[in-house]
Design a protein around this ligand. Sequence first.
Ligand SMILES: C[S@@+](CC[C@H](N)C(=O)[O-])C[C@H]1O[C@@H](n2cnc3c(N)ncnc32)[C@H](O)[C@@H]1O
Length: 205
Amino acid sequence: MFNTTTWNRRRYSLYAPIYDAVARRVFRRARRIALSQVHWQRGMRVLVVGAGTGLDLYFLPRDVELHASDLAPAMVRRLARRAESLGMDVQTTVMDAECLEYPDDHFDVVVMHLILAVMPDPQRGLDEARRVMKPDGQLCVLDKFQADDRPSGMGRQALNALTSAIATDITRQARPLLEAGGFVIEQDTPVMMGSLVRALLARPA
Ligand SMILES: C[S@@+](CC[C@H](N)C(=O)[O-])C[C@H]1O[C@@H](n2cnc3c(N)ncnc32)[C@H](O)[C@@H]1O
């Protein structure tokens, strides 16, 4: 009932005014590590999917072509304001990550931070990221994941019923998800809370 795109649009519209207070400091180091794993080059075309209020903007290079989208209009308004206040040229759009309105093979880098554990169907999000990414593109992921080598136990699944209703799934496994999406993981760095939060860099297989 709670894990739907409609619910996500509603709840993130409600969360938008308080999102920075909750997420800015907590994930600062993790964002820096995740984005430092990308092999940046001047002029790259970059898409930030589910960009929220734009907290990644502080850690993105300025000499790239930047596009950032989110499902919730309230998030996109804050994202656009942040880009303007930082003096960054960012094309901001309201868009569903499951149905990206971009051509195939378009982006050098796709950033998916704290969205794969939120979307009801992360596989569709990854399929779309793979579609719009160039064959030699890079996918930068930061999120909460269950360990790849064992499924979540009953305790975690019970806790997940609560966390997924209010914020995020904690039972998804990065490697199976990314590999099923046609990606090869190049870097996988635990960044917070042991190995719950991981920063991954992947490329199309
Ligand atoms: C936990 S927040 C992360 C925001 C941002 N990426 C960050 O790192 O701070 C999850 C974001 O994903 C967005 N979102 C959820 N489902 C989405 C979808 N299907 N398409 C695009 N954005 C989505 C929400 O609106 C919200 O802004």
